[in-house]
Design a protein around this ligand. Sequence first.
Ligand code: FE
Length: 336
Amino acid sequence: MRYISAIILTVLATTSMAAIAKDTINIYSYRQPFLIQPFIDAYQDKNDVTINVIFAKRGLVQRLRAEGRNSPADLVLTVDIARIHQFADAGLLQPVRSEILATNIPVNLRAEDDTWFGLSRRARVIVISKAAGDIADLRDYEDLADPKWQGRLCSRPGSHVYNRALMASMIAAHGAEAAQSWAEKLVANLARKPQGNDRAQAKAIFQGICDVAIMNSYYYGNMKFNDDAEQRSWADAIRLVFTNQADRGNHINISGGGVAKHSRNKQQAVAFLEFLTGEVAQQLYGTVNYEYPVNPAVTPPAELASWGPFKRDKLPIERLAELAPQAQMIIDRVGW
Ligand code: FE
């Protein structure tokens, strides 16, 4: 996948020169443009509206704050609950009362004060080498602390938001002390210094560097159907383990969004948010990026469904954001 570094990129999405749209939605996004464009195209098929996307890898909270009342932003889209929460914490989002959003999004995946909304579900799972004979011993995140995996585990750095949220979920489940002890043992099992992104862990399994890793499940789909044969071979080397099926369910994170505090097109922004939670868009999250719908009435596309149904952690997702600073302290302490 392409990486667009710190450059801020503006994508003007217009259907045709003839359609001079009356309405505009300006989106500030931490989500990559190629992941958003299919949703914009689907929306513009039915709606005469201009949608502009300002993408950045970082700094959007600061930018919104600096712009204040003059901000052109109508909508904020991000991945990871803690990042959405930063906007809400800074008072940069406004509450949205919408029957449609309340119906389409489970209560644990949206803000109590209606400032942000989960739009897709992302499962962080354990992956294990197909060549490993002992997959049955790996059921729960807790199992990663077992010394039997010593020298067999690979991980990206703990301080990445994905692992920080996972760490937060362990604190929520067991308390800080037990969670730290788990993290210490996990680190002791590492085959190499934490490095690389999620895909790099699958690659390491393919290369025989380790047998077990942690990965967001959508990367499996992205690698399995990649144009690059090398990535397809990484996917082919692993199996997914949906964890904690006998207790709380697999750890979940979200992509989400909210309406900017000073939006001048609130009605349009809310309508687009509502569209993102409806049947068409919820299916798109699955086909575009192998993410799961939040809307319980929508069944995931066939490929996603084929990975198996699984029990999901029902923890109010907001807890992950609240516990993120504590999670980071533990991560630093144990050197993950
Ligand atoms: Fe990702």
